[in-house]
Design a binder for this molecule. Structure first.
Ligand SMILES: [Zn+2]
Length: 468
Protein backbone atom coordinates (compact mmCIF):
# COMPACT_ATOMS: atom_id res chain seq x y z
CA UNK A 1 0.00 0.00 0.00
CA UNK A 2 1.22 3.49 -0.78
CA UNK A 3 -0.48 6.60 0.42
CA UNK A 4 1.19 9.92 -0.26
CA UNK A 5 0.75 12.70 2.29
CA UNK A 6 2.02 16.13 1.36
CA UNK A 7 2.23 19.18 3.62
CA UNK A 8 1.07 22.17 1.58
CA UNK A 9 0.77 24.55 4.52
CA UNK A 10 0.75 24.96 8.31
CA UNK A 11 4.15 23.24 8.20
CA UNK A 12 6.39 25.07 10.67
CA UNK A 13 3.86 27.91 10.57
CA UNK A 14 0.40 28.48 12.06
CA UNK A 15 -1.69 29.42 9.02
CA UNK A 16 -2.40 28.10 5.55
CA UNK A 17 -3.53 24.61 6.65
CA UNK A 18 -3.54 22.31 3.59
CA UNK A 19 -2.62 18.67 3.30
CA UNK A 20 -2.98 16.48 0.22
CA UNK A 21 -3.57 12.73 0.42
CA UNK A 22 -3.20 10.48 -2.57
CA UNK A 23 -4.08 6.80 -2.72
CA UNK A 24 -3.95 4.66 -5.87
CA UNK A 25 -7.41 5.87 -6.86
CA UNK A 26 -8.26 9.08 -4.98
CA UNK A 27 -6.66 12.50 -4.50
CA UNK A 28 -7.93 14.59 -1.58
CA UNK A 29 -7.22 17.86 0.13
CA UNK A 30 -7.70 18.29 3.87
CA UNK A 31 -8.32 22.01 4.54
CA UNK A 32 -7.63 24.86 2.15
CA UNK A 33 -6.50 27.68 4.38
CA UNK A 34 -5.36 31.20 3.80
CA UNK A 35 -1.86 32.23 4.82
CA UNK A 36 -2.18 35.08 7.29
CA UNK A 37 1.39 35.47 8.55
CA UNK A 38 2.76 38.55 6.84
CA UNK A 39 5.93 36.89 5.53
CA UNK A 40 4.03 33.92 4.06
CA UNK A 41 1.12 35.75 2.43
CA UNK A 42 2.78 35.61 -1.00
CA UNK A 43 1.95 31.87 -1.04
CA UNK A 44 -1.74 32.79 -1.32
CA UNK A 45 -1.05 34.24 -4.75
CA UNK A 46 0.99 31.39 -6.24
CA UNK A 47 -0.47 28.46 -8.14
CA UNK A 48 -1.71 25.57 -5.98
CA UNK A 49 1.00 22.95 -5.46
CA UNK A 50 -1.60 20.39 -6.62
CA UNK A 51 -3.57 21.26 -9.78
CA UNK A 52 -7.10 21.96 -8.43
CA UNK A 53 -8.90 20.05 -11.23
CA UNK A 54 -7.05 16.83 -10.28
CA UNK A 55 -8.51 16.78 -6.74
CA UNK A 56 -11.53 14.54 -6.11
CA UNK A 57 -12.72 16.17 -2.88
CA UNK A 58 -11.90 18.64 -0.14
CA UNK A 59 -12.50 18.00 3.55
CA UNK A 60 -12.70 20.99 5.90
CA UNK A 61 -11.99 20.75 9.62
CA UNK A 62 -13.60 24.12 10.47
CA UNK A 63 -14.55 27.60 9.32
CA UNK A 64 -11.55 29.68 10.44
CA UNK A 65 -10.02 31.34 7.39
CA UNK A 66 -6.60 29.77 7.95
CA UNK A 67 -8.39 26.45 7.29
CA UNK A 68 -10.95 27.31 4.59
CA UNK A 69 -10.08 30.81 3.31
CA UNK A 70 -8.50 29.78 0.02
CA UNK A 71 -11.40 27.64 -1.18
CA UNK A 72 -12.85 30.29 -3.57
CA UNK A 73 -9.48 30.52 -5.32
CA UNK A 74 -9.29 26.71 -5.55
CA UNK A 75 -12.70 26.68 -7.24
CA UNK A 76 -11.86 29.56 -9.56
CA UNK A 77 -8.77 27.63 -10.66
CA UNK A 78 -10.65 24.48 -11.55
CA UNK A 79 -11.68 22.46 -8.46
CA UNK A 80 -15.08 20.79 -9.03
CA UNK A 81 -15.23 18.15 -6.29
CA UNK A 82 -17.38 18.12 -3.18
CA UNK A 83 -16.48 20.03 -0.02
CA UNK A 84 -17.21 17.84 3.00
CA UNK A 85 -17.65 19.41 6.44
CA UNK A 86 -20.28 19.69 9.17
CA UNK A 87 -23.44 21.74 8.58
CA UNK A 88 -22.36 24.36 11.11
CA UNK A 89 -18.97 24.70 9.40
CA UNK A 90 -20.64 25.11 6.04
CA UNK A 91 -22.99 27.81 7.47
CA UNK A 92 -20.17 29.71 9.17
CA UNK A 93 -17.75 29.31 6.24
CA UNK A 94 -20.27 31.05 3.98
CA UNK A 95 -20.26 34.12 6.25
CA UNK A 96 -16.49 34.09 6.75
CA UNK A 97 -15.70 33.68 3.03
CA UNK A 98 -18.13 36.38 1.90
CA UNK A 99 -16.64 38.76 4.44
CA UNK A 100 -13.12 37.80 3.40
CA UNK A 101 -13.91 38.43 -0.29
CA UNK A 102 -15.42 41.82 0.53
CA UNK A 103 -12.38 42.83 2.58
CA UNK A 104 -10.05 41.71 -0.18
CA UNK A 105 -11.95 43.67 -2.80
CA UNK A 106 -11.82 46.78 -0.57
CA UNK A 107 -8.12 46.28 0.16
CA UNK A 108 -7.28 45.87 -3.52
CA UNK A 109 -9.15 49.06 -4.37
CA UNK A 110 -7.44 50.96 -1.54
CA UNK A 111 -4.04 49.67 -2.62
CA UNK A 112 -4.67 50.58 -6.24
CA UNK A 113 -5.56 54.17 -5.30
CA UNK A 114 -2.58 54.54 -2.95
CA UNK A 115 -0.15 53.20 -5.53
CA UNK A 116 -1.59 55.54 -8.12
CA UNK A 117 -0.97 58.51 -5.81
CA UNK A 118 2.49 57.36 -4.75
CA UNK A 119 3.54 56.04 -8.16
CA UNK A 120 4.55 52.73 -6.49
CA UNK A 121 4.33 49.16 -7.63
CA UNK A 122 3.56 46.15 -5.47
CA UNK A 123 4.93 42.60 -5.86
CA UNK A 124 1.31 41.38 -5.82
CA UNK A 125 -1.35 42.43 -8.28
CA UNK A 126 -3.77 45.12 -7.13
CA UNK A 127 -6.68 42.75 -7.61
CA UNK A 128 -8.48 40.77 -4.91
CA UNK A 129 -7.34 37.20 -4.29
CA UNK A 130 -10.98 36.30 -4.96
CA UNK A 131 -14.31 38.05 -5.19
CA UNK A 132 -17.83 37.62 -3.82
CA UNK A 133 -18.70 35.90 -7.14
CA UNK A 134 -15.94 33.34 -6.57
CA UNK A 135 -17.37 32.62 -3.11
CA UNK A 136 -20.85 32.23 -4.56
CA UNK A 137 -19.51 29.75 -7.13
CA UNK A 138 -18.00 27.70 -4.26
CA UNK A 139 -21.11 27.42 -2.09
CA UNK A 140 -22.96 24.77 -4.20
CA UNK A 141 -20.01 22.39 -3.69
CA UNK A 142 -20.56 22.18 0.08
CA UNK A 143 -21.77 18.77 1.11
CA UNK A 144 -22.52 18.76 4.85
CA UNK A 145 -22.09 15.57 6.88
CA UNK A 146 -22.84 14.56 10.49
CA UNK A 147 -20.30 13.80 13.18
CA UNK A 148 -19.64 10.09 13.49
CA UNK A 149 -21.15 9.04 10.13
CA UNK A 150 -18.57 7.72 7.73
CA UNK A 151 -18.81 8.47 4.03
CA UNK A 152 -17.07 7.03 0.99
CA UNK A 153 -14.68 9.24 -0.96
CA UNK A 154 -13.93 6.84 -3.77
CA UNK A 155 -12.54 3.39 -4.19
CA UNK A 156 -11.22 2.10 -0.85
CA UNK A 157 -11.17 5.36 1.06
CA UNK A 158 -13.66 6.72 3.54
CA UNK A 159 -13.77 9.55 6.07
CA UNK A 160 -15.49 10.30 9.37
CA UNK A 161 -15.71 13.65 11.17
CA UNK A 162 -15.64 13.95 14.98
CA UNK A 163 -16.20 16.92 17.30
CA UNK A 164 -12.95 18.83 17.88
CA UNK A 165 -14.41 21.22 20.49
CA UNK A 166 -12.53 24.17 18.95
CA UNK A 167 -15.27 26.32 17.37
CA UNK A 168 -18.89 25.50 16.53
CA UNK A 169 -18.94 22.68 13.97
CA UNK A 170 -15.19 22.05 14.16
CA UNK A 171 -14.02 18.56 13.32
CA UNK A 172 -11.21 16.07 13.55
CA UNK A 173 -11.01 13.89 10.47
CA UNK A 174 -10.31 10.15 10.38
CA UNK A 175 -9.46 8.73 6.96
CA UNK A 176 -9.56 4.97 6.44
CA UNK A 177 -7.74 3.68 3.39
CA UNK A 178 -8.14 0.10 2.14
CA UNK A 179 -5.75 -1.24 -0.45
CA UNK A 180 -4.88 -4.81 -1.39
CA UNK A 181 -6.55 -6.19 1.73
CA UNK A 182 -4.65 -3.79 4.04
CA UNK A 183 -6.22 -1.02 6.05
CA UNK A 184 -4.59 2.17 7.34
CA UNK A 185 -6.08 5.03 9.34
CA UNK A 186 -4.88 8.64 9.21
CA UNK A 187 -6.14 11.04 11.85
CA UNK A 188 -6.08 14.83 11.33
CA UNK A 189 -6.51 16.75 14.58
CA UNK A 190 -7.65 20.00 12.91
CA UNK A 191 -7.49 22.60 15.66
CA UNK A 192 -7.87 20.85 19.01
CA UNK A 193 -10.25 22.56 21.44
CA UNK A 194 -10.18 22.46 25.23
CA UNK A 195 -11.71 20.46 28.00
CA UNK A 196 -14.46 22.20 30.01
CA UNK A 197 -14.55 25.13 27.58
CA UNK A 198 -17.68 27.26 27.60
CA UNK A 199 -20.47 26.26 25.20
CA UNK A 200 -18.74 23.47 23.26
CA UNK A 201 -18.21 19.80 23.97
CA UNK A 202 -14.80 18.37 24.84
CA UNK A 203 -12.50 17.21 22.01
CA UNK A 204 -13.12 13.61 20.87
CA UNK A 205 -10.56 11.04 21.98
CA UNK A 206 -9.36 8.23 19.71
CA UNK A 207 -8.18 4.82 20.87
CA UNK A 208 -6.16 4.12 17.73
CA UNK A 209 -4.79 5.55 14.51
CA UNK A 210 -1.88 4.49 12.32
CA UNK A 211 -0.81 8.03 11.46
CA UNK A 212 -1.61 11.27 13.26
CA UNK A 213 -1.27 14.85 12.01
CA UNK A 214 -1.51 17.04 15.13
CA UNK A 215 -1.58 20.82 15.53
CA UNK A 216 0.80 22.52 17.98
CA UNK A 217 -0.24 26.21 18.11
CA UNK A 218 0.23 26.39 21.90
CA UNK A 219 2.45 23.31 22.18
CA UNK A 220 4.97 25.12 24.38
CA UNK A 221 2.73 26.74 27.01
CA UNK A 222 -0.12 26.32 29.46
CA UNK A 223 -3.31 28.40 29.58
CA UNK A 224 -5.05 30.08 32.51
CA UNK A 225 -8.07 28.12 33.75
CA UNK A 226 -11.63 28.94 32.66
CA UNK A 227 -12.69 29.52 36.27
CA UNK A 228 -10.58 32.71 36.35
CA UNK A 229 -12.38 34.23 33.34
CA UNK A 230 -15.68 34.83 35.18
CA UNK A 231 -13.89 36.48 38.13
CA UNK A 232 -11.74 38.71 35.94
CA UNK A 233 -14.62 39.73 33.72
CA UNK A 234 -16.88 40.59 36.69
CA UNK A 235 -14.04 42.57 38.28
CA UNK A 236 -13.32 44.64 35.14
CA UNK A 237 -16.99 45.37 34.54
CA UNK A 238 -17.79 46.42 38.11
CA UNK A 239 -14.68 48.59 38.34
CA UNK A 240 -15.49 50.43 35.12
CA UNK A 241 -19.16 50.92 35.92
CA UNK A 242 -18.23 52.43 39.29
CA UNK A 243 -15.77 54.75 37.59
CA UNK A 244 -18.51 55.92 35.21
CA UNK A 245 -16.99 54.74 31.92
CA UNK A 246 -17.58 52.16 29.19
CA UNK A 247 -15.99 48.77 28.61
CA UNK A 248 -14.79 48.37 25.04
CA UNK A 249 -14.05 44.80 23.97
CA UNK A 250 -12.27 44.16 20.65
CA UNK A 251 -13.41 40.68 19.63
CA UNK A 252 -13.29 38.14 16.84
CA UNK A 253 -16.75 37.53 15.41
CA UNK A 254 -16.57 33.76 15.53
CA UNK A 255 -16.63 32.10 18.96
CA UNK A 256 -15.00 34.84 21.06
CA UNK A 257 -17.93 37.25 20.78
CA UNK A 258 -20.35 34.42 21.66
CA UNK A 259 -18.15 33.35 24.58
CA UNK A 260 -18.15 36.87 26.01
CA UNK A 261 -21.95 37.03 25.72
CA UNK A 262 -22.22 33.62 27.36
CA UNK A 263 -20.15 34.77 30.36
CA UNK A 264 -22.12 38.03 30.60
CA UNK A 265 -25.33 36.02 30.62
CA UNK A 266 -24.03 33.78 33.40
CA UNK A 267 -22.66 36.66 35.48
CA UNK A 268 -25.95 38.58 35.16
CA UNK A 269 -27.96 35.51 36.23
CA UNK A 270 -25.64 35.04 39.20
CA UNK A 271 -26.10 38.78 39.99
CA UNK A 272 -22.35 39.28 40.00
CA UNK A 273 -22.71 42.18 37.58
CA UNK A 274 -25.65 44.58 37.30
CA UNK A 275 -27.92 44.57 34.27
CA UNK A 276 -26.30 46.90 31.80
CA UNK A 277 -26.37 47.96 28.20
CA UNK A 278 -24.41 45.54 26.02
CA UNK A 279 -23.86 46.35 22.36
CA UNK A 280 -22.72 43.74 19.90
CA UNK A 281 -21.58 46.07 17.14
CA UNK A 282 -20.52 43.46 14.60
CA UNK A 283 -22.87 42.35 11.83
CA UNK A 284 -20.76 39.25 11.32
CA UNK A 285 -20.91 38.24 15.01
CA UNK A 286 -24.68 38.78 14.95
CA UNK A 287 -24.98 36.41 11.96
CA UNK A 288 -22.82 33.84 13.73
CA UNK A 289 -25.02 34.11 16.87
CA UNK A 290 -27.92 32.96 14.67
CA UNK A 291 -25.94 29.92 13.52
CA UNK A 292 -25.25 29.04 17.17
CA UNK A 293 -28.98 29.32 17.87
CA UNK A 294 -29.69 26.96 14.94
CA UNK A 295 -27.40 24.25 16.35
CA UNK A 296 -28.34 23.47 19.97
CA UNK A 297 -27.35 19.84 19.30
CA UNK A 298 -23.71 20.99 19.39
CA UNK A 299 -23.81 22.60 22.86
CA UNK A 300 -22.22 21.10 25.95
CA UNK A 301 -24.35 20.35 29.03
CA UNK A 302 -23.87 23.68 30.74
CA UNK A 303 -24.84 25.64 27.66
CA UNK A 304 -27.88 23.39 27.18
CA UNK A 305 -28.98 24.18 30.76
CA UNK A 306 -28.50 27.91 30.19
CA UNK A 307 -30.55 27.76 27.01
CA UNK A 308 -33.37 25.95 28.83
CA UNK A 309 -33.47 28.76 31.34
CA UNK A 310 -33.12 31.55 28.81
CA UNK A 311 -34.26 30.35 25.36
CA UNK A 312 -31.18 31.65 23.56
CA UNK A 313 -27.65 31.51 24.95
CA UNK A 314 -27.28 35.16 23.97
CA UNK A 315 -30.60 36.31 25.42
CA UNK A 316 -29.19 39.01 27.70
CA UNK A 317 -31.72 41.50 29.04
CA UNK A 318 -29.72 44.59 28.00
CA UNK A 319 -28.27 43.25 24.74
CA UNK A 320 -28.62 45.30 21.59
CA UNK A 321 -27.19 44.18 18.30
CA UNK A 322 -26.42 46.59 15.51
CA UNK A 323 -26.24 46.08 11.79
CA UNK A 324 -26.19 49.56 10.30
CA UNK A 325 -23.26 51.90 10.55
CA UNK A 326 -25.36 54.83 11.86
CA UNK A 327 -26.45 52.66 14.81
CA UNK A 328 -22.78 52.15 15.48
CA UNK A 329 -22.29 55.90 15.56
CA UNK A 330 -25.09 56.33 18.15
CA UNK A 331 -23.28 53.92 20.48
CA UNK A 332 -20.20 56.10 20.15
CA UNK A 333 -22.09 58.92 21.88
CA UNK A 334 -22.68 56.91 25.06
CA UNK A 335 -20.33 58.05 27.79
CA UNK A 336 -20.99 55.53 30.56
CA UNK A 337 -22.51 52.24 31.67
CA UNK A 338 -22.14 50.30 28.43
CA UNK A 339 -20.17 47.34 27.21
CA UNK A 340 -19.36 47.50 23.52
CA UNK A 341 -18.18 44.37 21.74
CA UNK A 342 -16.93 44.97 18.20
CA UNK A 343 -14.47 43.70 15.60
CA UNK A 344 -11.84 43.34 14.55
CA UNK A 345 -10.28 41.36 17.37
CA UNK A 346 -6.83 42.91 16.97
CA UNK A 347 -8.15 46.43 16.18
CA UNK A 348 -6.78 46.24 12.63
CA UNK A 349 -10.06 47.38 11.08
CA UNK A 350 -13.81 47.44 11.51
CA UNK A 351 -16.08 49.30 13.91
CA UNK A 352 -13.90 48.85 16.99
CA UNK A 353 -11.77 51.75 15.77
CA UNK A 354 -14.63 54.25 16.23
CA UNK A 355 -15.28 52.99 19.76
CA UNK A 356 -11.59 53.25 20.59
CA UNK A 357 -11.56 56.83 19.34
CA UNK A 358 -14.34 57.79 21.78
CA UNK A 359 -13.03 55.85 24.77
CA UNK A 360 -9.26 55.42 24.66
CA UNK A 361 -8.45 58.85 26.11
CA UNK A 362 -10.98 58.59 28.97
CA UNK A 363 -9.48 57.34 32.28
CA UNK A 364 -12.92 56.10 33.42
CA UNK A 365 -13.26 53.68 30.45
CA UNK A 366 -11.65 50.26 30.03
CA UNK A 367 -10.33 48.64 26.87
CA UNK A 368 -10.60 44.94 27.60
CA UNK A 369 -8.70 42.51 25.38
CA UNK A 370 -9.97 38.93 25.25
CA UNK A 371 -7.89 37.53 22.40
CA UNK A 372 -4.42 37.11 21.00
CA UNK A 373 -2.79 40.34 19.73
CA UNK A 374 -0.28 39.73 16.95
CA UNK A 375 2.90 41.77 16.61
CA UNK A 376 2.42 44.85 14.45
CA UNK A 377 -1.31 45.33 15.18
CA UNK A 378 -2.94 48.31 16.90
CA UNK A 379 -4.21 45.94 19.59
CA UNK A 380 -0.67 44.82 20.33
CA UNK A 381 0.55 48.44 20.60
CA UNK A 382 -2.15 49.17 23.15
CA UNK A 383 -1.53 46.09 25.31
CA UNK A 384 2.22 46.76 25.12
CA UNK A 385 1.57 50.09 26.84
CA UNK A 386 1.82 52.68 24.03
CA UNK A 387 1.25 56.19 25.41
CA UNK A 388 -0.18 57.50 22.13
CA UNK A 389 -1.79 55.57 19.28
CA UNK A 390 -2.83 56.43 15.76
CA UNK A 391 -6.43 55.51 14.94
CA UNK A 392 -8.11 56.39 11.62
CA UNK A 393 -5.36 58.85 10.78
CA UNK A 394 -5.38 60.79 14.11
CA UNK A 395 -3.24 60.52 17.25
CA UNK A 396 -4.88 59.84 20.64
CA UNK A 397 -3.31 59.66 24.10
CA UNK A 398 -4.00 56.33 25.84
CA UNK A 399 -5.60 57.19 29.19
CA UNK A 400 -8.20 54.42 29.51
CA UNK A 401 -7.54 51.38 31.71
CA UNK A 402 -6.03 48.64 29.55
CA UNK A 403 -6.91 45.12 30.68
CA UNK A 404 -6.39 41.68 29.23
CA UNK A 405 -7.95 38.30 29.99
CA UNK A 406 -5.80 35.45 28.68
CA UNK A 407 -7.89 32.36 29.46
CA UNK A 408 -10.17 32.59 26.41
CA UNK A 409 -8.07 30.55 23.95
CA UNK A 410 -9.96 28.09 21.71
CA UNK A 411 -6.80 25.99 21.27
CA UNK A 412 -5.59 23.19 23.51
CA UNK A 413 -2.37 24.03 25.38
CA UNK A 414 0.63 21.68 25.69
CA UNK A 415 -0.89 19.43 28.35
CA UNK A 416 -4.29 19.35 26.63
CA UNK A 417 -2.64 18.28 23.34
CA UNK A 418 -0.90 15.51 25.28
CA UNK A 419 -4.23 14.58 26.88
CA UNK A 420 -5.78 14.31 23.42
CA UNK A 421 -2.94 12.12 22.09
CA UNK A 422 -2.94 10.00 25.24
CA UNK A 423 -6.32 8.62 24.19
CA UNK A 424 -4.35 6.43 21.77
CA UNK A 425 -3.88 3.05 23.41
CA UNK A 426 -1.27 1.85 20.92
CA UNK A 427 1.69 3.82 19.57
CA UNK A 428 0.85 5.22 16.12
CA UNK A 429 3.27 4.35 13.32
CA UNK A 430 4.14 8.03 13.07
CA UNK A 431 3.02 11.43 14.38
CA UNK A 432 3.44 14.60 12.29
CA UNK A 433 3.49 17.83 14.30
CA UNK A 434 2.11 20.75 12.26
CA UNK A 435 0.29 24.09 12.70
CA UNK A 436 2.80 25.72 15.03
CA UNK A 437 5.69 28.15 14.67
CA UNK A 438 8.88 26.21 13.97
CA UNK A 439 10.33 26.47 17.52
CA UNK A 440 6.98 25.70 19.13
CA UNK A 441 6.44 22.63 16.93
CA UNK A 442 9.99 21.43 17.74
CA UNK A 443 9.45 22.01 21.44
CA UNK A 444 6.15 20.11 21.42
CA UNK A 445 7.70 17.31 19.32
CA UNK A 446 10.50 16.90 21.89
CA UNK A 447 8.05 16.99 24.79
CA UNK A 448 5.88 14.34 23.13
CA UNK A 449 8.84 12.13 22.25
CA UNK A 450 10.00 12.22 25.86
CA UNK A 451 6.53 11.46 27.23
CA UNK A 452 5.59 8.69 24.78
CA UNK A 453 8.68 7.39 22.97
CA UNK A 454 6.70 7.58 19.72
CA UNK A 455 8.05 8.19 16.24
CA UNK A 456 7.57 11.92 15.67
CA UNK A 457 8.61 14.46 13.05
CA UNK A 458 8.02 18.11 12.17
CA UNK A 459 7.44 18.24 8.41
CA UNK A 460 8.66 21.09 6.22
CA UNK A 461 6.59 23.07 3.72
CA UNK A 462 5.96 20.93 0.60
CA UNK A 463 7.49 17.84 2.19
CA UNK A 464 5.95 14.62 0.93
CA UNK A 465 5.92 11.34 2.82
CA UNK A 466 4.83 7.86 1.82
CA UNK A 467 2.69 6.05 4.36
CA UNK A 468 2.83 2.27 4.26
ZN1 LIG B 1 -9.11 27.39 14.20
Amino acid sequence: MTIKLKFLGAARSVTGSRYSIESHSVKLLVDCGLYQERELRSRNWGPFPVPPHTLDALLLTHAHLDHCGLLPKLVREGFRGKVYCTTATSDIAEIMLLDSAKLQQEDAEFKRKRHEQEGKRDPFPEVPLYTVEDVEASLPLFSPVHYGESFQLGNGIKATLFDAGHVLGSAMIMLTVNEGGMERTILFSGDVGRWNAPMLRDPTLFAEADYVVVESTYGDRLHESFADISDRLAQEINLTLRAGGNIVVPSFALERAQEVLYYLNKLTMQRRIPQMKVFLDSPMAVSINKIFERHPELYDQEMTRLVHANKSPFDLPGLKVSYALDESKIISNLTSGAMIIAGSGMCTGGRIKHHLVTNISRPESTILFVGYQAVGTLGRQIVDGAKTVRILGQYYPVRARIAQIHGFSAHADRDELLRWLSGLKKAPKHVFVTHGESEVAESFGNFLRKKTGWDISIPDYLEEVELD
